[in-house]
Design a binder for this molecule. Sequence first.
Ligand SMILES: *Cc1c(COP(=O)(O)O)cnc(C)c1O
Ligand SMILES: [Zn+2]
Length: 426
Amino acid sequence: MSESSFSARPFFTGLRCRECGRTYPKTAAHVCEFDFGPLEAAYDYDAIRPSLTREALASRPHNLWRYRELLPIDGAPQAGASTGFTPLVRADRLARRLGVKELYIKNDAVNHPTLSFKDRVVAVALTRARELGLDTVACASTGNLANSVAAQAAAAGLRCFVFIPADLERGKVLGSLVYGARVVSVRGPYDRVNRLCSEIAGKYGWGFVNVNLRAYYAEGSKTVGYEICEQLGWRAPRHTVVPVASGSLLTKIDKAYREFTQLGLIGDCAPAIYGAQAAGCGPVAEAAQHGRDFIKPVAKPQTIAKSLAIGTPADGHYALRAIRDSRGTAEAATDPEIVEGIRLLAETEGIFAETAGGVTVACARKLIASGVIPRDESIVLCITGNGLKTLEAVSDSLGETTEIAGNLREFEDTILRVPRELAASV
Ligand SMILES: *Cc1c(COP(=O)(O)O)cnc(C)c1O
Ligand SMILES: [Zn+2]
């Protein structure tokens, strides 16, 4: 009824099965009853076209809701007022180190409120949860999602449960507890956490943002792609490197580029998308490199990139398809390469990324070195989370501070190592 306080003709029309195309009403459902295909938000692009123009966008606030017509909600946004429109940084110093001409960092390490791109998907899912009248929200998380659901549920006054694997980094655990969420730590890998959450969602009817609300949640990731195009001056980059956990972010950046092309907001530059994974949990990279169209699950992920450690990626199949159809590929990075990637980005651009960012930089470096990504075309690296949450990953590789008592003589002697006679004449 109040389908649209926003427009007479709704932009978001319903859910549709990715496999058979059957349509479904906008409920907390995420799989097709006929073939178990994932449900995806569907839109009326003809209704959107006249409303979503470059000129209209220019006057809107700098948050993810500026692309409101392409997000799956009915009324006004109810979360995420400060989320999105993160910087797209021209990264010339890193570009020189990698030997490329035109390089950018999409910096979601400074996304609000919890410093990862997950704030985008949660803003959409929680708005939808409230529209559906749910009072309890939850998630199965590798860390960042838990932080974001906990924070945004607190701000929205919703009851919150987050489920994480027991071996997460301290920063990610505390970064959920502080908001007063119930944090349930499950002994076992993410896949077990996820299976448990599916059972709870079925039984209790809570809004699990990445289970029964997944169709809504996933659409929030498209805003990374929209912003990249708008910030590049209305074009897509030729090459985009994206970290892959469940494969949702990669799939949705691809969808964003295709929607903007279809709406005439950008020209068709055939953007190629590359998946970045850890070698210790790289099922999508492994399939892409072997030219396979199915994914072999990884039973025991082993990597410092815990945010990406999903052995059975829910959207792996679609990520693989987006990679192949865009003529990209996927790469994997070892733990030492991930640490090097984190340090390289920090030392050249002053951006401290978490382990997933190290994966992205390391994989991009390998794809450039092997000639897969050419050196003279535009490249965007998606940095998705903040390094302050994964201090453990780098703490052993950075050396020590130098402690002094605090007098000038000692500073000159031990830090500058200025010879005594010279120091006296300075
Ligand atoms: C969750 C996450 C990803 C990947 O997300 P998917 O959509 O599940 O592939 C990438 N980077 C960080 C930091 C994340 O937390
Ligand atoms: Zn179906």
